[in-house]
Design a binder for this molecule. Sequence first.
Ligand code: 5AD
Ligand code: SF4
Length: 453
Amino acid sequence: MTRKLFIKTYGCQMNAYDSARMADVMAPHGYALVDEAEGADMVVLNTCHIREKAAEKVYSELGRLRVMKQERAAQGETLIVAVAGCVAQAEGEEMIRRADAVDIVVGPQVYHRLPEMVAKLGQTRKALDTEFPAIDKFDALPDTKRVEGPTAFLTVQEGCDKFCTFCVVPYTRGAEYSRSVAQIEAEARHLVGLGVREITLLGQNVNAYHGLGEDGAAVGLGVLIERLARIDGLKRLRYTTSHPRDMSDELIAAHGCEEKLMPFLHLPVQSGSDGVLEAMNRGHTADDYRRLVARIRAARSDVALSSDFIVGFPGESDADFEATMTLVREIGFAQSFSFKYSSRPGTPAAAAHKQIPEDVKADRLARLQALLTEHEHANLRACIGREFEVLFEKPGRYDGQLIGRSPYLQPVHVQARGYKVGDFARVRVVQAMPHSLRAELVSEAATAAEAVA
Ligand code: 5AD
Ligand code: SF4
């Protein structure tokens, strides 16, 4: 009998990858993925703990599921509720105690054991597993069963040893771990066989990657990219998220010479103030970051950069904040994410004196976001008249329209009759919209031939 599985994903791309893999793990046990909780036999909340109210949001979702579960029970049916991801890891036992609806709490390093936990529910009322086992989760996972469109994520590295003072990741995801080159290559080939043309390599600190090569020696991300670029049928590679401290010469050089590596780099700087960077334990100064960006741009002049920023870190003065604004003006990020500092239990910064009042944080965030938006628009406008290749990812809103991505990760809307999702096309940008571009096919005949090739 086929059972219905609904997975709700919060947070980052790594969670999106994990959700897809949980679906793969459950598939051989008769669970097919569905798009809504209504009518599902099992609901998994794959949670995120990075910022405020994460746990509260999960608990209120669990309140709704409790009602759903009672309704199902009244009809003699069972609804299994599992909580996975970083809130599950952080809350553990507490979650089982506090939320009546929860049957299973499973951490991000052990979700390959989900089928056993479900099977166990017959004997035990609740199941909890938040271990960091020595055995490799990735060895236990089955091959990917389904992909959505021509792009896919592939986790190559997990965990973090950096211990930025604001961040829960080193506690919820554990120590840094890299998969082997052979294992990653096999997964990449498998994805390409399923029709994937673009792979984004994922890791909390992806450029700290140091997986074992065939000869038993560790290799860095630059070498891994070079190896994956040799796969026929794979056309584009990206990676995220990187740390400024781990941009090796080899990786920077790859941006210059590896054509399949797309010219877009998410390189979070968090702040432009040396004092704040030090208090955050980032391990570099604002000038180090400027020099690094110059080296990356020397290797690949058109690389588009994006960053994460935190405003209102404990002790951040007006001058510190202005230093961030200055850095933003100098670098000119194509895209960015910015957040108010949120105190995370158990992290060193949470205990710091001089927490910043909420209204100051809100004011700084509004100013920073206005500046970042200005830069994003300028960057999109500068594309008008340019030509580049897009990979179509999904249908657009209008008949005959497809939405693809530029090499710089911008969404591009194209009237592209005769093309389909998964095709490449050469386009010329005609209009900049708030967060995307509109473009026209450059030459129907020529590009149609290319799309077939
Ligand atoms: N408060 C605010 N933002 C945070 N981030 C991580 N931890 C916190 C926190 N406690 C942001 C950082 C990171 C991104 C994924 O989330 O900018 O790069
Ligand atoms: Fe968190 Fe810092 Fe590690 Fe990124 S590098 S996951 S911000 S501790």
